[in-house]
Structures are given as structure tokens and as C-alpha cells.
Ligand binder design. Structure first.
Ligand code: BDR
Ligand code: CA
Length: 311
């Protein structure tokens, strides 16, 4: 199996992504989960990551605490989407598993140095603070990392937190800039693709029909989570952003995209955190990321039902 580290700010969609990974041990070995402040403050994202591991019966996966705040900005959170806990919708017991001793950045450095070069993939599902911190304190790890597959940014879909920016990049644009300039092989799941991964009522009914505890919990979380998008955009269903990252690792054939140059706006107040994506190749800036634009939504939801049904 491919070795991954999930860096996350759960978040109901982060939770589904983590469950998808934990349900796929034949494909993915989760070396660690590293928590970051984002959707809610760090003490809640750390707690939620441990709640999710316990729900999946995987207390063997270490959960590390990371950054409490972005590199140079005040933390912006999204309780209006995810609820006060970050994981509103189903009350699970408080976790009993401990927080692992290394910090998130230390854990990333430790695993990347210990495993053979080119074998560890980082999967950031929140602001990129922990990843940038690890790269700044141990620049040698960049060439050992197999790749980074992240959820963040947008091009045609532009922004969800400001008119110009997607939440994960907006919260810590300086960190995103460091990651984009790292020279590491990067795959980006922007809003352009995640807004095509819309939860449907029949899919939720299928989850419920699994008759499992995990199926019930996922349904209740997503019922809560998607109310925001439905109220706000009046659309079909909420977008399952973060699970796209894990689905890409499991079935890349579900996705299509382009290798392009992506730069991060860090200066302007108006467009802070914008991913300036050269989709049409109008500059001579070298491509630094595979920017995903489309997915086979029915294949994606079939994969989710199949794997979550195994938990
Ligand atoms: C991203 O922001 C968070 O609210 C979600 O968990 C996802 O990672 C979408 O913009
Ligand atoms: Ca997230």
C-alpha cells in the first residue's frame, strides 16, 4: 500500500476523507494524522481526528497536534459551515486515545526521513500551515516526499470564503505559497472539481441502508454539513471536497486535469489567497501542479459507498 500522512482540520468532509482512507488498508497505509487549525481551532480538530479514528476502530493511527494559527495571520474559522464542534450532526463519545508526542511538523519530518525516498505522500485537507512548517524546518524532506495531493483553491469556481479565494488557501496563503514553490510533485483538488462531487439524497439513503454505525454517523454529519450549501446556494447537495483527495489516490481514473502553473496571491487584501491558475497556458511560468478540473461523480460516490461499507 501507498504510505500517506493526512493533514486535516475535521470538518465533516475531512472526516469522510479520513474514513475512506482508513477503510482502504490494502491501498493506503495511514502513517499518521496531523491536525491543524482551520474549520475550527486546533483543540477541536485534534479531538475530532481522534473521534474519527475511534469510530473506525483505528486507535493505532497516531494523531499529532499541529499549528494553532497560520504562519503570519490571525486564524479564520468556519463554524458557520461545520458547527461549533467542527463535527456537528452526530454526538460521538469523547476520545480516549492520547495525542501523540511529536508535533505535526516533527511527525511529518520523522516519517519522511525514516521511510525510503519517494514513498510518503502528504494529503493536506486544511490550511497548509503544518506542511509549510515542516518544509521550513527540514528543507531536505522536499526531495524525499513522493507527492502532495491537496484540497484547496479554485479557478473557474473562484472563491467560497471571499469572491476570490477558497477557504484552505485563504486561511494561510503564506503557507500555501511555500508549498507551491517547494518543487514537490503537487496534485490539487480545487473547487472546480469538488463542486461536482455533490451529495445526493439517494446516495445518503444508500449510506443509511448500509445499516452500520459508520453509515448512520456519516449520514447525520452530512445532513448537517450540506444544509449550509443548500441554504446558501440553493443547490442540489453539499460538495464533498476533501474525500476527492483520497479518491484520487484510490482511483485516479475518475479524475481529469491539466499540469499548469499555480501561484498564490499573498499581498492583496482584495484577492488574498487566490490561486492564480494558468489554465490556458498564457504565461511562460513552468507548471508546478496537476490541477484537477473534472470527475466521474457516480464512480466517486460508488467508491465511497463501497469502501465506507467495509467499516
Ligand atoms: C475546504 O474548506 C473546509 O471547510 C473543508 O473541509 C474543505 O477542506 C473547502 O473550501
Ligand atoms: Ca478540510
Amino acid at each position: 500500500p501507498r504510505k500517506i500522512i493526512i493533514d486535516t482540520d475535521p470538518g465533516q468532509d475531512d472526516a469522510v476523507a479520513i474514513l475512506l482512507a482508513l477503510a482502504s488498508p490494502q491501498d493506503l497505509e495511514v502513517l499518521a494524522i496531523t491536525a491543524v487549525a482551520g474549520n475550527v481551532p486546533l483543540h477541536r480538530t485534534s479531538r475530532n481526528a481522534r473521534v474519527i479514528c475511534e469510530l473506525a476502530g483505528r486507535t493505532d493511527v497516531p494523531v499529532h497536534d499541529g499549528a494553532e494559527a497560520p504562519l503570519r495571520r490571525t486564524l479564520v474559522t468556519a463554524e458557520y459551515v461545520h458547527g461549533k464542534s467542527g463535527l456537528d450532526g452526530y454526538d460521538l463519545p469523547e476520545p480516549t486515545m492520547p495525542v501523540a508526542s511529536l508535533s505535526a511538523a516533527e511527525a511529518i519530518i520523522h516519517h519522511v526521513r525514516r521511510e525510503p525516498p519517494g514513498t510518503v505522500t502528504l494529503c493536506p485537507l486544511g490550511p497548509l500551515t503544518n506542511i509549510a512548517t515542516a518544509l521550513m524546518s527540514a528543507p531536505d524532506i522536499a526531495e524525499r516526499i513522493a507527492g502532495i495531493v491537496l484540497m484547496g483553491g479554485a479557478y473557474f469556481e473562484v472563491g467560497n470564503v471571499t469572491p476570490a479565494a477558497e477557504f484552505n488557501i485563504y486561511v494561510d496563503p503564506e503557507a500555501a505559497d511555500i508549498v507551491m514553490k517547494s518543487g514537490i510533485d503537487i496534485t490539487i483538488m480545487p473547487l472546480d472539481v469538488t463542486h461536482k462531487a455533490l451529495i445526493t439524497a439517494p446516495w445518503l439513503e444508500g449510506m443509511k441502508a448500509l445499516g452500520t454505525h459508520v453509515g448512520d454517523v456519516v449520514c447525520s454529519w452530512l445532513d448537517f454539513y450540506e444544509r449550509f450549501d443548500i441554504e446558501k446556494y440553493g443547490g442540489a447537495g453539499g460538495p464533498l471536497h476533501d474525500p476527492c483527495v483520497i479518491a484520487w489516490l484510490l482511483k485516479p481514473e475518475l479524475f481529469t486535469g491539466r499540469r499548469i502553473n499555480v501561484e498564490i496571491e499573498t499581498q492583496s487584501d482584495l484577492t488574498r489567497g487566490m490561486t492564480v491558475a494558468d489554465w490556458w497556458g498564457v504565461t511562460d511560468r513552468a507548471p508546478n501542479a496537476l490541477f484537477i478540473g473534472d470527475l466521474d461523480a457516480s464512480g466517486f460516490f460508488d467508491l465511497l459507498s463501497d469502501r465506507l461499507g467495509r467499516l
